[in-house]
Design a protein around this ligand. Structure first.
Ligand code: NAG
Ligand code: NAG
Length: 225
């Protein structure tokens, strides 16, 4: 029943965006919280723009995790459980972090700015994922939802102009810096990008939910100017 709700919410959302691809079953236990109940966390359904980001983000997280797992199994020929053997493999990627997005030191504006920047950076990296791991058409869906989430986050900022867009030089540099010399490098890079993006999204989800709850408590004070 809940996944049906999720589906209809998403359908509503996608209706307003022509050409959006819809594929696969909705994922309902994406976020690292007690997964049995996560389907019930969707707040009372008022289909306002502010309510849509939540199911959207859950689907996004789920898609990224599925793609990460699929890519790992197919490209590394190892069971999913063996992913932990590769955790030492890292790249300098955006993090939501404790500096301004943790509950003990939460600064709405700089946290949202950090998230919107991170989403843009990962959106560029998704091009690499798409070209190196084209087997699944999922990367296109993921890019699409990342863009919607990014727009939502920017919309929540008091100063949306602080969410400056990465120009094409910056994007190019970013892609060129990825380890991609050998086939092994490329598949490892894809794995690390998907793994870290999933983790970024989970943290972002919690942080944005925090912002939304605060805004609901103090409607007038907290809406973006
Ligand atoms: C999975 O990891 C275990 C423990 O590190 C290792 O012994 C095993 O060979 C790995 N499986 C494959 C298929 O490589
Ligand atoms: C707390 O947040 C402020 C504002 O973003 C930041 O300048 C400061 O460094 C943060 N403090 C810690 C301990 O991370």
């Amino acid at each position: 029943m809940c996944s049906q709700r999720l589906r209809s919410l998403l359908a509503l959302l996608l209706l307003s965006v022509p050409g959006a691809p819809v594929r696969g079953a909705p994922c309902s236990s994406a976020v690292g919280e007690p997964s049995e109940t996560s389907g019930d966390e969707i707040p009372e359904i008022s289909v306002s723009p502010a309510a849509k980001w939540e199911p959207l983000t859950r689907m996004l997280i789920c898609d990224v995790i599925n793609l990460r797992d699929q890519q790992f199994v197919e490209e590394f020929h190892e069971p999913k459980e063996n992913m932990s053997n590769y955790k030492e493999n890292t790249l300098p990627l955006p993090h939501v972090g404790a500096r301004d997005c943790s509950s003990s030191n939460f600064s709405k504006e700089s946290c949202l700015q950090r998230i919107s920047h991170g989403l843009q950076v990962f959106a560029v990296y998704l091009q690499f994922v798409e070209s190196e791991y084209a087997r699944s058409g999922k990367a296109a869906d993921i890019k699409f939802r990342t863009k919607i989430l990014s727009d939502h986050v920017i919309h929540r900022m008091k100063n949306p102009q602080l969410a400056q867009e990465l120009d094409s030089d910056a994007r190019e540099l970013q892609l060129r810096a990825l380890p991609a010399a050998s086939a092994w490098d490329r598949k490892s890079t894809v794995h690390v990008l998907l793994r870290e993006f999933a983790s970024f999204l989970k943290d972002a989800y919690r942080a944005i939910r925090h912002v939304e709850r605060q805004a609901r408590r103090r409607p007038a004070a907290n809406r973006s100017a």
